[in-house]
Design a binder for this molecule. Structure first.
Ligand code: DP6
Length: 322
């Protein structure tokens, strides 16, 4: 009862920040994201009668912290399969951890894909997305290819996630400027809850988000890069405004993050098709048309405080390997 699956991390243009239900990671808002090819998480799940408890190894090191969330996802799949065997989960990322690329999203996407296959449970679509979502709210997006919409729906799963453009339909590129390799002080989970409870702008964020999501989707459908740039930077900065106005304030940026933002805006003003987005950490992700990758990469590499620059392209959803 063993299977291996791979998945890619993703980055959101119209952001997810805030939970309607913490237990099931039901987001307060939908999101629109890019699945990033070239960076891969590979996970093997092996259910065995010889194990007394679930075990998790990430990049060769045993992990006792993430195991409880992993077990919650496995429990849901075990329940579907009518099986109560424990599992060993072995996962590796071929991209630098701490580069601000959400390895939890690709990790939980690969986990549920592999575990469902190992248990031979016939589960897919919104049901599999829900189990990935229990691990991490952004994980269902990594089950899908290219440009991905996660929308809230009124059924028992609560969300529906699907690809709105395949990688070749609109081949956007993402250049990641790494400005710190320190682990962040406040996790996304902790930050979102703090924002919900304390930020005076949290309700405005939730109320105005559906219009941003609809606009982002429309600009993707129209392949209107400059309009997508504007609404994406707006969503990113509005999310950070919510985080910064929480108590205590959450400032995820470094000085170099701000310098990168300014550099990206200068490039766009000079006609380069590029915009930025930033998650709950100090790395900046510059989204651009493929012909601009070289120029954007070179410009970000020169910003003082940038430690590394990675180029990514759009990729596939999670896939079963064996
Ligand atoms: C800032 O999915 O990492 O990257 O659901 O608590 O696991 P949990 O959070 P996570 O949140 C990602 C938030 C974000 C914005 C985004 O990716 O939409």
């Amino acid at each position: 009862m063993q299977a291996t699956a791979s998945a890619h991390p993703n980055v959101a243009l119209i952001k997810y920040w805030g939970k309607q239900d913490v237990a099931t990671n039901l987001p307060a808002v939908g999101s629109l994201s890019l699945t990033l090819g070239g960076l891969t998480t590979r996970t093997t799940v092996n259910f065995s009668a010889e194990l007394q408890r679930d075990e998790l190894t990430i990049n060769g090191a045993s992990d006792d912290v993430a195991i409880s969330r992993v077990s919650r996802c496995l429990d849901m799949l075990r329940q579907h399969a009518g099986v109560d065997l424990c599992a060993s989960v072995t996962t590796t990322n071929d991209f630098p951890t701490g580069a601000g690329l959400a390895s939890s999203a690709s990790g939980y996407a690969a986990l549920v894909k592999a575990a469902a296959a190992a248990l031979q449970v016939d589960i897919s679509g919104d049901e599999l997305d829900l189990i990935a979502r229990i691990g991490s709210g952004s994980a269902p997006r990594s089950l899908h290819a290219g440009i991905v919409l996660l929308e809230k729906i009124a059924d028992h799963t609560g969300t529906h996630c699907h690809s709105v453009a395949a990688p070749d339909d609109w081949p956007l590129s993402v250049v990641v400027a790494v400005t710190s390799r320190q682990p962040k002080d406040v996790s996304s989970t902790g930050g979102m809850e703090s924002s919900r409870k304390t930020s005076p702008t949290y309700h405005a964020w939730v109320d105005t988000h559906p219009a941003d999501l609809a606009a982002g989707l429309k600009f993707v459908e129209q392949r209107d890069f400059m309009a997508l740039a504007e609404i994406s930077e707006h969503s990113c900065l509005k999310m950070h405004a919510v985080a910064m106005s929480s108590l205590p304030p959450l400032v995820y940026w470094s000085g170099a993050t701000v310098a990168c933002m300014q550099r990206v805006r200068e490039l766009r003003q000079s006609g380069v098709p590029v915009f930025f987005t930033i998650d709950a950490g100090p790395q900046l992700k510059a989204v651009c048309l493929p012909e601009a990758v070289g120029e954007v990469h070179a410009a970000l590499a020169e910003v003082p405080g940038v430690l590394d620059v990675l180029d990514c392209h759009l990729g596939s959803g999670a896939q079963l390997e064996s």
